[in-house]
Design a protein around this ligand. Structure first.
Ligand code: MRU
Length: 363
């Protein structure tokens, strides 16, 4: 997507120099900064400390981290240790293990002297695949938004609520939950997005920045506003992303998603999840019991980052210093609360039978 007049992906490779660059998301929306990451340690830090974030982008970044490690040392030991280091960065998004397994399984059978170029080629392929998957999610989600638009009085906006940032910054391009929104906006449909702030990391500010850069009408709201908006008929559809979806359709996503799903059900608002196939964990059935939920450091809750009146980025303390804090980063929305999963192959019911039918080749 565009930043100013220039097209960016969230991660990219300079073919001439071999360098890999990312947008350092810690400073957005206040400062747009790109940075080269090169060593295994830098890739692990970038994922763990959320310079990059969002399930699909975490996966592709890990693939590049593995490729860079293999360029330095293509041995089995190096591949296995890169797998361990990168896998330990964040526990919830399954795209991380998916990408690392795919790289490792592809490289190990080949002679060491071929591995570096194969790893680079596969990392490029995985990034391009992610863009295409999300473009298709956009096409499929566009149909849902179109149906809602046709059922509304002419000229009135389709109001979409989203949580966290499942935008192009969280993937390689397009985003997952935002892709149907961008497609609808590009198709000339009148859409308006309610953007949840998404405490404590405020990923909603990233979503607002993205939507604003693309000219999509939106309103930034605090996390607790969604129920009220739904009760008052101000939300036509909820579309969120996911970090891991079980084979039975339970959806793990950013903390607070479950409460939005409960409010949506109570108010008969359709609740959709944009789901790229690499985010399905075929080994897991029951989300609440089986998905590891990342517990992040308390400093994210204690302190908020923002821009002060002098225009500088700085932190302020929020709760009393001596109050204990908790910071679960994700929650699970049971399949029964999900209206449908918007995948690259079409919209599917959140059930084991429907997912297996659609993905018989992958499951
Ligand atoms: O902690 P984050 O910012 O990595 O969490 C991101 C989310 O929860 C997104 O909604 C999810 O990864 C889907 S991204 C297309």
């Amino acid at each position: 997507m565009k930043v100013g007049n220039q097209h960016f992906r969230s991660i990219w490779h300079d073919a001439a120099s071999g360098a890999v660059f990312i947008i350092d998301q810690r400073w957005l929306p206040h400062r747009f900064e790109t940075v080269e990451i090169d060593t295994l340690d830098e890739f692990a830090t970038a994922i763990r400390e959320m310079w990059v974030r969002g399930a699909p982008l975490i996966g592709v970044t890990a693939a590049w981290g593995m490729a860079k490690a293999v360029a330095r040392d293509p041995s089995d030991t190096s591949i296995n240790s890169a797998w361990e280091v990168l896998h330990a960065t964040r526990p919830t998004a399954i795209n991380l293990a998916w990408a690392l397994n795919r790289m490792r399984d592809h490289l190990i059978p080949h002679p060491v002297e071929e591995r570096s170029s194969l790893a680079t080629r596969l990392a490029i392929e995985m990034a391009d695949e992610d863009v295409e998957i999300n473009r298709q999610i956009g096409e499929n989600g566009l149909q849902l938004i179109r149906e809602i638009a046709f059922a509304k009085p002419e000229g009135s906006a389709v109001n979409i609520l989203t949580h966290c940032n499942a935008g192009w910054l969280a993937a390689v391009d397009w985003g997952t939950a935002t892709s149907p929104i961008y497609h609808a906006h590009n198709a000339g449909l009148n859409v308006h997005v309610w953007v949840d702030e998404t405490r404590p990391r405020n990923q909603g500010a990233l979503t607002a920045w993205e939507l604003g850069s693309h000219g999509v009408p939106h309103t930034y709201v605090v996390d607790s506003a969604g129920g009220h908006l739904m009760q008052n008929g101000e939300v036509d559809i909820v579309i969120v992303g996911t970090d891991r979806t079980t084979r039975c359709g339970d959806v793990c996503n950013k903390i607070g998603t479950y409460l939005k799903a409960l409010a949506a059900q109570d108010n008969r608002v359709p609740f959709y999840v944009a789901l790229p196939s690499p985010t399905i964990d075929w080994k897991v059935s029951e989300g609440v019991k089986e998905i590891p939920i990342e517990q992040r450091g308390g400093s994210e809750v204690r302190r908020q980052l923002g821009r002060n009146i002098d225009g500088e980025i700085s932190e302020v303390a929020v709760p009393p210093d001596d109050s204990p804090v908790g910071n679960p980063a994700f929650d699970v929305t049971p399949a029964r609360l999900v209206t449908g999963l918007i995948t690259e192959r079409g919209v599917v019911q959140p059930s084991e039978a429907a997912l297996l039918e659609m993905y018989s080749d992958l499951a």
